[in-house]
Design a protein around this ligand. Sequence first.
Ligand SMILES: [Ca+2]
Length: 559
Amino acid sequence: MNIVILNKLRSKNYSNLYIMKNINFIFLFAFTFAISFNGFSQNKKQPNILFIAVDDLRAELGTYGSDIVKSPNIDKLSNSGVQFNRAYCQQAICGPSRASIMTGARPETINVIDLFQDFRDNRPSIITIPQYLKNNGYETVYTGKIFHGQYTDEEMSWSRKAVKVKVGPNVPETEGGYALAENQLMYLKNKIALEEKYGEKVIRENWLAKGPETECADVPDETYEDGYNTLSAIATLNEMTKSDKPWFLGLGLLKPHLDWIAPKKYWDMYDESSIPIATQVNPPKDGASMGLSESLEVRVGADMPKTAEFSPELQKKLRHGYYACVSYIDAQIGKMVQALKDSGQYDNTIIVLWSDHGFNLGEMGYWGKATNYEMATRVPFIIVAPGVTDKVKGQQSEALVELVDVFPTLCDLTGLQQPKHLEGNSLVPILKKPSLKSSKPAFSLFPTPALREWAARPFTPPFRTAFFMPLIEKIETKIKTQMGDKWNRKTFEKFVMGYAMRTDKYRIIIWKDRRFPDDTPLFVELFDNENDPEETVNIAAENPKIVKELTTLFNKTYY
Ligand SMILES: [Ca+2]
């Protein structure tokens, strides 16, 4: 019965996107031998770079002190290089964070502060990491998600395409990202129901059609994109090692980004009943009302409550899904690093592992990533640099560092001059001596998270009137109550920016109208992260002297 409905729905052409994806998936790779007579080179002058980007991975891993999360391969990687314990993204959402690390420039510099801006429109001639390496004799290639969405900078950053691989007959097709028929059905039914109610355009443009938020299916790793992309990255690596050219290989893993879908064997690594849930579930006391949204992105799943709180059982299930996804991508990282070792090039390859931002799994009562707080801005970050980190491998750095530091670091490690536009600092001194202190604070920003969570752009008018309307009204009421006569929807939607600065001891978040940066801030939050690591209380009002000092430091170092 279900299959009949499913086929009927399919025949209505409801899922072109996914069919297209599957065509890619089964595309037969025509194997051609490009025989190189240069032979294998073991002693290249310039090192290769394996650049592993993980989507929405928070710093909750074995090697970051978690007793719950199973991440043996990342833990091993950390023991082979230097782990940064206080690394921060520049904006806790995919597009801006990725555009920033890849260009080595801050989100405002490239004017990418939401998911719908292309840095090439704003800074057409800015140089990206792979582009710079390509211009300096590197082969540059990626699989999966390195840049966000459609802004892949195909022509300028990359010298070649990744190898497409053939997967076996035991890999099922997915629809809506789901492998199980009942989940595919739930996705299609939900999509049709929503389109009938709100119109096809609203649903498509706001990405509101989903199936369940989680899936546990007994399928091979290659059923889902990360498993496939890892195979593709390994095949590409093996092809590139036939040449003498140094290479930059980006492996962009899509999990643990929503939906929390992973093969069953990774779910089986956890006992759901013993997974702890968040205990600090309140927004910061006296915190900014525009600082937290209402978990809209997670709520969009077909099986999720649209306005109600999440029960403890649901929270355990969601965490279970997130952790299964972490173990799934961890296994892909293990395969990739093993393939690098098998290729004979491990000793001449820099490995960078990073995530574009963290994620709140119920902490502060919030499920999502769009904040200026510690949990969402802090990221796991590990560098293995042969010849540099060998003597200090396994050490961990407590220095404050930023993803914008990656570009200058890679320049130093490859012996290339740093392009002039770079806004970060090389981390090579810290890689050589991980006990070094920070030389600067770390900066993150986010425009009015409460009113922009979804894609970091102002909610579109149809989105406001679709099923999230009651939550959006709740958010606006909170902001109006706190901000009084400063409230103006247009201002808060379009122009308010939260600037976060993390120092050794504090996090300050200065909320400003971007049009008037020299005016008195609209609101200030101050957290004592040394004594209040969960950022439970805004202590700005009682500490005007510290606020003044940190504001001065911010004005001096950020601008
Ligand atoms: Ca992301």
